[in-house]
Design a protein around this ligand. Sequence first.
Ligand SMILES: [Fe+2]
Length: 297
Amino acid sequence: MYIQNSINLHLFFMRIMKEHMFFIYTAFTKADLSMSNEAKDLMNQASMMLEKFVNIAPEYVSEEVKSSNEIVTNHTLEAEQKTSNLTGVPINTNITQNEYNLLTNPSTYYEISVEEMNQLNTEAHKLVTNIIKFKTTLLTRVLNCQLFTQNYPLLIDHILSEAKLYLDLIENLGNPNSTVSYNEFISTEKFWNEIMSEHSAFIRGLLDPSEGELINTANNFANNFENLNKMLDNNSNTTIQQQILLETSNIKKFKEAAVSGLIDCQIKSVILPLLGDHVLREANHYFRLLNQPNSKY
Ligand SMILES: [Fe+2]
């Protein structure tokens, strides 16, 4: 279970980290070359770590994770190619290709021992700690108006909290008590509802002002997820649980349509296709967790 939990965790989150660093790296101005270089370095390190995890046995990936579309979606490869062309920043799509193979025809794999897994978890822990430090410095500098970036301060704060969650989950991997308590499940819901609400707010703000209908839809999602969290603060009954599941399923569909629209150039915005695919994968991840309330990873 320890190895399976570790692999499931890293396949989702290490890709998220690598893409966060990509979004940070591509949003700097020429004034901040040294932070820009640091971002690039962390992005490359995350990419290399992801590659290691992808090369480990597909047999360790749970069926639920395989079918959730949280590691890659049908759009990931195309979103990466377009994003790489648009930004001029290369993306190693061999990893993506291997991720598709991992999910469809697990032919080659490499057995891993608990000791080797421990070693990789330590490496991942170190890298995520450095990423957290970097994002914290970046956020402080942005909030003090010492640095300009194309990313919203809330987006930096958002990706910082995702990195902190990842670190927390890495630290809990060795914990033999892997059952999810009621309170833990509710706090997971609160975390991801907040994330879904913020994604919607980012989409709302990054769409071209002429995209009125999409802006309204995104705005509604932002409010709905916020309201769900207010309801969770008061109590949690079956009705709220059903509403959360329905709203998450709806935002998945919305993001899916958005990624297609971004790739096909049908939406006017300042959203990179890869950012669209990234937030879709997070919705897919949350949807799986909702359907597996007893699973932490
Ligand atoms: Fe996110």
